[in-house]
Design a protein around this ligand. Structure first.
Ligand SMILES: Nc1nc2c(c(=O)[nH]1)N[C@H]1C(S)=C(S)[C@@H](COP(=O)(O)OP(=O)(O)OC[C@H]3O[C@@H](n4cnc5c(=O)[nH]c(N)nc54)[C@H](O)[C@@H]3O)O[C@H]1N2
Ligand SMILES: Nc1nc2c(c(=O)[nH]1)N[C@H]1C(S)=C(S)[C@@H](COP(=O)(O)OP(=O)(O)OC[C@H]3O[C@@H](n4cnc5c(=O)[nH]c(N)nc54)[C@H](O)[C@@H]3O)O[C@H]1N2
Ligand code: SF4
Ligand SMILES: [Mo]
Length: 677
């Protein structure tokens, strides 16, 4: 029995350090959280423990495959790489290098995964994906407001916050290691407020629960600002010294009358007053979620909440913070070296959100598409359009461990190693200040290879420069050179399994804001230069303007799995559960386990009713990541973009519900689940 330190590779706030035990046959026999890691504290979440199952599963694909007459057939690595290299050469000869595209996402947080960019840069040009299905509207908002998104450390919140506002983050599900810091603060009598249209686990321990209509939080935040300013309860010293545009902002928020806002947001006036009291009686820490900015007004929503935290004196102070992301982590990485940008390759950029449309309209066309670290068909909004776009590309190469729905549309499948079979460093800039080290624990199963090795081998076939002929250990050393300036090195990270980066636990304590003015910019010329309003202007979403689709559909992150990465032992459900409130169930004549047809402007699915107390009655909850045969949740969601950055507006979706009898389900089986195109 041998013990090795590794790390959870999932795109998750917590970035856990793991201990893997290896038996005498060289198999990983168990994993557990590293008890020495101050945040992991020996505990992984349920989906973390399931990593072992995904590693060992019989359903994991261990050999390269090629689709012949619609069927997958095993093929030698050498032949697969020779054939793919030929396809690449042919496409470049006919259309130029922009006809080669790489679509990838956050399937793994390993930093070496990004070294695959070196391959595409060596080609002299390619089509890249930019923007985010995840969090870019909020990032851009905080760049306008603060220059760089930063967060107060959870330990600081545990020790110093008087009030904690969990605003649209599902902490116990998506960021479970935060819960113990919240409990610590509560032991000191800190209050907890939850702002979320859905019921969350934290409601049970909250002092105040506010349930706004989805997409209206920006209006809520500006009404709270109005209340604070009107009662002269804002932080004069901070505003005078560190805020740009306060006078214009003060005039702007006068339009956000408390009773009008309460009506629009569907909350009580007294709740707005209570929130104004909490923010002006700091230090108040805001834990912003990512779900809340997946709206057409999502970026301006975050700007409004940023402004609230700033004017109420909760930025740059212990126990405060408007905590969305932790971008200071980036400063410790030499990104240019990692990605091999020295080749000056020409890049054509497609948005992750609208890539299907862009592929369909591309000139030169996308002729060879590499897909890695993403399950495009289930995760990108408008799944039917994604399938159509993929069918329009001549050659699709999928690099994954499982035959996902994206594999239905692929031509080649190349098997990738799991985290236990490769060396890497996890860097996640969502919450924690730790790098975690993944030592290679065991030899790869079957013929799986790490992503960088697959592209190195393809580069050899194509006689490209030798940018990927470098061991992971050496490459990691080069990439983390910036650590040396701080007297640190990766060696300690490798040995301990983690390394705490020297980041101040209090964000902006030095009052240095990397905005053009050096202040918090409530009025942003940069936003104006990008065609946006200077001041946070969340308006209202279109959510409630249609009688045809009266309910908001929130396709939130699943409790028991990471996006579509379901545990293999999980038995797929034909009809995914949708959660509705008891009042809505009565209105629609529905009872628990009834089948109901859910329809949006682009698709329909049959779901099973689950009745949940404590959620808004005009909202329907459906966990994303569910798949059954060729169906998934993104068949219901249009590919719409957010206001700021190149973000996605998946939660700005309306739906209607119709009870269906079992008979209709049986007879109309082939109609149901097909998107309306
Ligand atoms: N278990 C699990 N953990 C995960 C993931 C997973 O798939 N499963 N995914 C990881 C990834 S990729 C990410 S990006 C993060 C996401 O982490 P979170 O942001 O915590 O999760 P989301 O489901 O995106 O949305 C969070 C909450 O926003 C609420 N919400 C939606 N609309 C609104 C609104 O208009 N106003 C307010 N106030 N609240 C709203 C939803 O009800 C939900 O509870 O989680 C990471 N962790
Ligand atoms: N409707 C709706 N849609 C959403 C969201 C939502 O809340 N609602 N959330 C959005 C968000 S926040 C995100 S981040 C995206 C996530 O979108 P994706 O990143 O596409 O989601 P996953 O389902 O996690 O798929 C990752 C894939 O990468 C594979 N993989 C894992 N590790 C590796 C590796 O090391 N190498 C390679 N080559 N492959 C690997 C996995 O097997 C899996 O198939 O989904 C977005 N889509
Ligand atoms: S998914 Fe998140 S909480 Fe779960 S083990 Fe991985 S890093 Fe930890
Ligand atoms: Mo995400």
């Amino acid at each position: 029995m041998r013990v090795s330190k590794t790390a959870c590779p999932m795109d998750c706030y917590d970035s856990c350090s793991m201990i893997a035990r290896v038996d005498d046959q060289g198999h990983v026999s168990s994993i557990e959280g590293n008890s020495e890691h101050p945040m992991t504290q020996g505990r992984l979440c349920g989906k973390g423990y399931k990593l072992l199952e995904r590693h060992h599963s019989q359903e994991r694909m261990l050999w390269p495959m090629k689709k012949v007459n619609g069927q997958w057939q095993r093929i030698d690595w050498d032949i697969a790489l020779q054939e793919i290299a030929k396809e690449v050469e042919m496409s470049i000869a006919q259309y130029g290098p922009l006809s080669i595209m790489h679509s990838y996402d956050y399937g793994s947080s390993g930093i070496l995964k990004l070294a695959t960019d070196r391959f595409f840069n060596m080609l002299g040009g390619y089509t890249d994906v930019v923007g985010s299905l995840c969090w870019e509207a909020g990032l851009t908002a905080q760049e306008y407001d603060f220059g760089q998104p930063k967060s107060n450390d959870p330990t600081d919140i545990a020790e110093h916050s008087k009030h904690i506002v969990i605003w649209g983050r599902n902490v116990s599900v998506t960021n479970m290691h935060m819960v113990k810091y919240i409990r610590e603060a509560q032991k000191r009598q800190a209050t907890v407020t939850v702002i979320n249209p859905l019921k969350t686990d934290m409601d049970a321990q909250a002092d105040l629960i506010v349930q706004p209509k989805p997409g209206t939080d920006g209006i809520l935040a500006l009404a709270i600002c109005n209340e604070i300013i009107a009662n002269d309860r804002y932080d004069h010293i901070f505003v005078d010294k560190h805020v740009l545009g306060f006078d214009a902002f003060k005039l702007h928020v006068q339009a956000y009358d408390v009773s009008l806002a309460a009506h629009i947001c569907g909350v009580k006036e007294e709740q707005i007053i209570q929130l104004a009291n909490l923010y002006s009686d700091g230090p108040t820490s805001t834990l912003l979620g990512i779900g809340m900015q997946r709206y057409k007004n999502g970026g301006n929503t975050i700007r409004a909440i940023d402004a609230l935290a700033a004017i109420s004196g909760n930025v740059g102070v212990a126990g405060g913070g408007v905590n969305y992301a932790h971008r200071e982590m980036s400063a410790f990485v030499d990104w240019h070296t990692l990605m091999g940008r020295s080749h000056n390759a020409s890049r054509r950029e497609f948005s992750r959100v609208t890539q299907a449309n862009e592929i369909l309209e591309a000139d030169p066309p996308v002729d060879v598409l590499f897909i890695s670290r993403t399950n495009l068909v289930t995760q990108v909004p408008n799944a039917s359009l994604t399938r159509r776009a993929l069918r329009n590309v001549r050659v699709k190469v999928l690099i994954d461990s499982y035959l996902t729905q994206t594999a239905d549309e692929a031509d080649y499948f190349l098997p990738v190693t799991t985290v236990f079979e490769e060396e890497d460093v996890m860097l996640i800039s969502m919450w924690s200040s730790y790098l975690t080290y993944a030592n290679q624990v065991v030899q790869p199963r079957g013929q799986a290879r790490p992503d960088w090795m697959i592209f190195r081998d393809l580069a050899r076939e194509l006689h490209l420069p030798k940018d990927l002929e470098i061991s992971p250990e050496v490459l990691l050393e080069e990439v983390f050179q910036p650590l040396h300036k701080h007297g640190m090195s990766l060696k300690a990270c490798k040995e301990e399994g983690f390394l705490r980066l020297p980041i101040d636990p209090v964000a902006y304590r030095d009052r240095v804001f990397k905005t053009p003015s050096g202040k918090v910019e409530l009025y942003s010329e940069l936003a104006v230069a990008h065609g946006q309003s200077a001041l946070a202007s969340p308006g209202s979403t279109r959510l409630y303007d249609s009688a045809d689709y009266p309910y908001a559909l929130l396709t939130v992150h699943p409790r028991r799995q990471e996006n579509s990465q379901a545990p293999v032992s999980h038995v797929p459900r034909k009809n995914p559960p949708i959660e509705i409130s008891p009042q809505l169930a009565i209105d629609l004549g529905l009872v628990e386990l009834d089948l109901v047809l859910i329809e949006t402007n682009i698709g329909q699915l049959i779901c099973e009713v689950k009745i949940t107390e404590g959620m808004r009655m005009d909202v329907v909850k459906l966990e994303q990541g569910w798949t059954y045969e060729d169906q998934n949740v993104n068949m219901l969601i249009a590919a719409e973009v957010s206001d700021l950055g190149r973000g996605s507006a998946q939660y700005d979706t309306k739906c209607r519900l119709k009870k269906v009898s079992v008979k209709v389900d049986e007879h109309d089986d082939d109609k149901i689940g097909n998107a309306i195109l």
